[in-house]
Design a protein around this ligand. Sequence first.
Ligand SMILES: [Zn+2]
Length: 77
Amino acid sequence: MELTKLKVRVKCDNGACANLADYAVKRSGTPVVRELHLCGECLAAIAGLYDGIKVKKTGVKSRKGGKNVGTNMGDRD
Ligand SMILES: [Zn+2]
């Protein structure tokens, strides 16, 4: 897979997103009309979603900052 910066102005492929695409995601040999064109916002959002899935799957809690928030264990005092 390859992520390239787009030089042409095309619409972001993410559903209702109205932005222009900044990046093309493609496998080698993908015809240009079948490339996935995404704006920076959508690409970052998708990457974030995938990170979330990975964290859930593996049970690894690797959040930057190291601050442990959101543990509802009920023993605060
Ligand atoms: Zn977008």
